[in-house]
Design a protein around this ligand. Structure first.
Ligand code: KIV
Ligand code: NA
Length: 265
């Protein structure tokens, strides 16, 4: 199979073919995801919670992210590999460039950062140096303490307008992909229609160009609370490969996410 690249994702958006993404942290599951046809793999800093047992993503280090990225890279054949920049590894542009370089050398094809228009300068620098950037907006878990908990974001016209303006500023700066987490379904639609690059949603409704879930959540082996937007695919006697295949199928034919997984404006 041909490697999935940014050009592939851009073509999928244009063709209205849904993009699939799952988080993954090791070589073995990467191999199974490749076989199931998952186009993009995210080494999420969610590994702090689902792998390390931390109570947030804040303790995760750049070394942790490099270690897991290298493991995924060794197991990967054709998926596009995106790695999260962990908490405080991109607090200014120079620090971001140094740390993004480590992740790219470990095997990432793209890095993901959480934040709005304040990231423009950083994204511009990384982009100019040849590092593709995915911007993560909406519920950004590295800011959980500032938010006062894991809450739906972008509710109300003012918050929606801010998210649209932030997104356009980051496209201007060079962002090539967006992840939107926990926002109203209608806002997911508006953002997807407005930004010229692909959008991947988690708890952002079915209109986004793609969907992502944390692997442990969609296999029903998460530790704590299960968010409303999660669906367990390891059911009906399926094995793990079949669970990943069912996710791909349901994202492609837009049966996942259903209305029950979404949020109102
Ligand atoms: O860390 C992660 O798993 C993520 C996804 C939830 C988008 O950032
Ligand atoms: Na993350």
């Amino acid at each position: 199979t041909k490697p999935v690249t940014l050009s592939t994702l851009k073509k999928m958006k244009a063709d209205k073919e849904k993009i699939t993404c799952l988080t993954c942290y090791d070589a073995s599951f990467t191999n199974v995801m490749n076989a199931a046809g998952v186009e993009t793999i995210l080494i999420g800093d969610s590994l702090g919670m689902v792998v390390q047992g931390q109570d947030s993503t804040l303790p995760v280090t750049i070394e942790d992210m490099c270690y897991h990225t290298a493991a995924v890279k060794r197991g990967n054949t054709n998926a596009l590999i995106i790695t999260d920049m962990p908490f405080m590894s991109y607090s200014d542009p120079k620090q971001a460039l140094d740390n993004a370089a480590k992740l790219m050398q470990a095997g990432a094809h793209m890095v993901k950062l959480e934040g709005g228009s304040w990231l423009a300068e950083t994204i511009q620098l990384l982009s100019q140096r040849g590092i593709p950037v995915c911007a993560h907006l909406g519920l950004t878990p590295q800011s959980v303490h500032k938010f006062g908990g894991y809450r739906v974001q972008g509710k109300g016209q003012e918050a929606a307008d801010l998210l649209l303006a932030d997104s356009l500023a980051l496209v201007e700066a060079g962002a090539d992909l967006f992840v939107y987490e926990c926002i109203p379904t209608e806002l997911g639609k508006a953002l997807t229609e407005t930004v010229p690059v692909p959008t991947i949603g988690i708890g952002a409704g079915h209109h986004t160009d793609g969907q992502v879930l944390v692997m442990h959540d969609m296999l029903g082996v998460n530790l704590g609370h299960t968010p409303k937007f999660v669906k367990n695919f390891l059911i009906n006697g399926r094995n793990v490969t079949q669970a990943f295949e069912a996710f791909v199928q349901e994202v492609k034919d837009v049966t996942f996410p259903g209305p029950e997984h979404g949020f109102k404006s």
